[in-house]
Write a new protein. Structure first.
Length: 175
């Protein structure tokens, strides 16, 4: 059963450039006072399914964004959108996704870096139309993710469409 995330799983699989960018970006976000949690391929690896990735993804709090006229939104000054040649992507929560914002107050930590709870990671992967994100969920299930816990979270916080998508992936894992 998957317990806490462990970024040491990434060593030797993920490029040191990417891992360095993750560490530098997290330190800069912390220095800026921006709540953040690692998501995306690096977080999937921390939870047991390690794969190569080309960027670093963070879910960041509302304080990481500036809102301008006409609905334009940008990351705050100083946000590390690139570290060397590695892209650092900022994901935000929509107004109806307050559960994501709340999760930033209780991330798990590995090597001092906040990592999104697995149920948040699965939620974000379910929102994506990319087949590789559904595959990531399937691999997390195979790695020992507590599907009952995640299903309960999704039933409470996700749309019926995303909840059913998760149940379908769980059924696929049993085949």
């Amino acid at each position: 059963m998957i317990q806490d995330p462990d970024l040491s799983h990434l060593e030797g699989v993920v490029s040191t450039r990417i891992l360095n960018a993750m560490r530098v970006a997290s330190a800069q976000l912390t220095e800026l006072g921006i709540r953040h949690a690692l998501v995306g391929g690096l977080a999937v690896g921390a939870y047991g399914f390690v794969r190569a990735t080309k960027d670093v993804d963070f879910l960041i709090g509302d304080e990481g964004f500036e809102h301008f006229k006409l609905g334009l939104v940008a990351t705050v000054k100083g946000f590390p959108s690139r570290v060397a040649d590695v892209a650092v992507d900022a994901l935000s929560s929509l107004p109806e996704e307050r559960h994501l914002e709340k999760s930033l107050n209780r991330p798990s930590f590995s090597e001092g870096i906040p990592v999104a709870p697995i149920e948040i990671l699965v939620y974000l992967k379910l929102k994506s139309p990319r087949p590789k994100d559904s595959l990531d969920i399937l691999e997390l299930i195979n790695a020992g993710m507590d599907t009952q816990f995640v299903a309960e979270y999704l039933k409470k916080n996700a749309s019926d469409v995303l909840y059913r998508k998760f149940l379908k992936i769980v059924a696929q894992s049993a085949e």
